[in-house]
Design a protein around this ligand. Structure first.
Ligand code: NAP
Length: 258
């Protein structure tokens, strides 16, 4: 039995993660941590692995405390900047046996959507990303969109700039440019988490779309992370590290990334 604590257990994702842990025969939920409970409560509960679905600031405090206490971390919270990832890498260097997985998207379909988009990107002149989420989402663009853009940028290295004659009289009309790719963020009631990558070439378009219709779509990936994280010391960014996606390049500087 792996002893697991869920941080942010009253949130939308935290509730789903806690339930998934309760249902898993090989996992034991030893703590459900929420605002006002000190991060040290995780160690006191005897947790071996934490799952964190909180906020960009809260997760940094939790990571620092857990990594320092030798507790493996599976993080779904988004909004990590390159500087914050570097900080986590530094903490991991001081606790070399600890595994940390930071995955902006735990849906296996979304991981494949990102990989397929990056694979297709060099064959098209134009690539843009439309991400769509529920209106309670705090960050924009989504972590998934940012990571997809990074993968596409890497895949298109050395190519001509994308054609675009539009003048931006209204700022933001063309979305934001992330890693050289236009990203458009939609926030609307009823949505969960969706993304479409639109690729365009002469006389054709290819649309690669993924829809998370329910938060349970993230749970197989979360549980995979919990079971695997202890076997992968150091920081891994993206779930693909734990999937058999060999043949794809490592972009994270540590291991696989999406
Ligand atoms: P949410 O419903 O707002 O849940 C966040 C929870 O964290 C809330 O219950 C909040 O408590 C709690 N919290 C805040 N600070 C805390 C602290 N210091 N210690 C413990 N708990 C704290 O948000 P959500 O929709 O579940 O999303 C959470 C994160 O997961 C977001 O970053 C989101 O982008 C990300 N996400 C990731 C994936 C993925 O596959 N990786 C999928 C979906 C969402 P209060 O409500 O009391 O403030």
């Amino acid at each position: 039995m792996i002893k697991v604590a869920v941080v942010g257990s009253k949130g939308r994702m935290g509730q789903a993660a806690a339930e998934a842990v309760r249902q898993a025969p090989d996992l034991q939920l030893v703590a459900a941590i929420d605002l006002g409970v000190p991060p040290t409560a995780v160690a006191e509960a005897g947790a071996e692995v934490i799952i964190d679905f909180t906020t960009p600031d809260a997760v940094m405090r939790t990571l620092r405390s857990c990594i320092g206490s030798g507790i493996h971390c599976v993080v779904g919270t988004t909004g990590f900047t390159p500087e914050r990832l570097e900080q986590v890498r530094g903490w991991c260097a001081q606790s070399p046996s600890v595994g940390v997985l930071i995955a902006p998207n735990f849906s296996i379909g979304a991981v494949l959507m990102m990989r397929l988009a990056a694979k297709a990107a060099p064959y098209f002149e134009s690539v843009e990303i439309v991400e769509e989420h529920h209106p309670a989402k705090i960050d924009a663009p989504s972590g998934t969109a940012t990571l997809t853009a990074q993968l596409i940028e890497k895949a298109r290295a050395g190519m001509q700039p994308m054609p675009d004659a539009t003048s931006q009289e209204v700022p933001g009309a063309r979305g934001v440019v992330v890693h050289g790719v236009h990203v458009h963020s939609v926030r609307a009631r009823g949505l969960v988490a969706h993304q479409e990558v639109i690729l365009g070439g002469p006389g054709e378009t290819l649309r690669i779309r993924h829809d998370s219709l329910d938060r349970e779509s993230f749970m197989p990936g979360v549980l995979l992370g919990v079971r695997e994280v202890g076997k992968h010391p150091g920081l891994a960014v993206g779930l693909s590290t734990y999937l058999d996606l060999s043949g794809y390049e490592d972009l994270s500087g540590s291991r696989g990334q999406d």
